[in-house]
Design a protein around this ligand. Structure first.
Ligand SMILES: [Fe+2]
Length: 164
């Protein structure tokens, strides 16, 4: 049974790692379908690179706290379901659905890091906390970018016929 702040921190860091693995999966699927949306394609590619580094940073935090990384969770059931449903959707508006889902997913990531940062603070893990804060900054930048650009992407889709 998990009891101490440190044990909770380890558990939630494992969740964060699983989430980043999922994010990598989503972004890889997305980036291959964005030829008609070069600005979105560039930003998603950049975030894919960031995401891979984030996964490594979270793994590094787990090593730092002496957690056994062999037991890292590799999936979150409900999240997996959502992603699979999305990736299976071949409707012509899948670009829009992916972009909107990415905005929602980026906020899920923000919530996850806000949580683990507070846990790291309570557990007295100052160095882990600052690593997680650097990741949070990237997630917030991605969320803000998507929030700003989603309307333009939707308009391009609706008005120019650039469906794929
Ligand atoms: Fe991320």
């Amino acid at each position: 049974m998990t009891e101490t702040p440190r044990e909770h921190l380890i558990d939630w860091l494992r969740d964060a790692y699983a989430m980043e693995m999922q994010a990598e999966n989503i972004l890889e699927k997305m980036v291959s379908r964005l030829k008609a949306y070069p600005v979105l394609e560039a930003r998603v590619s950049q975030h894919l690179v960031e995401t891979r580094a984030q996964a490594e940073k979270v793994k590094g935090c787990l090593h730092q706290i002496d957690a056994d990384t062999s037991a890292i969770k590799t999936g979150i059931a409900s999240l997996m379901g959502t992603t699979q449903a999305l990736s299976g959707a071949l409707a012509s508006d899948e670009i829009i659905k992916h972009a909107a889902f990415s905005l929602s997913f980026s906020h899920f990531e923000i919530a996850t890091y806000v949580t683990v940062i507070a846990a790291a603070e309570v557990a007295g893990e100052t160095s882990i906390k600052s690593t997680l804060e650097s990741i949070l900054t990237e997630e917030e930048a991605m969320a803000a970018w998507l929030r700003e650009h989603l309307p333009g992407i939707v308009k391009q889709y609706l008005l120019t016929g650039e469906k794929r």
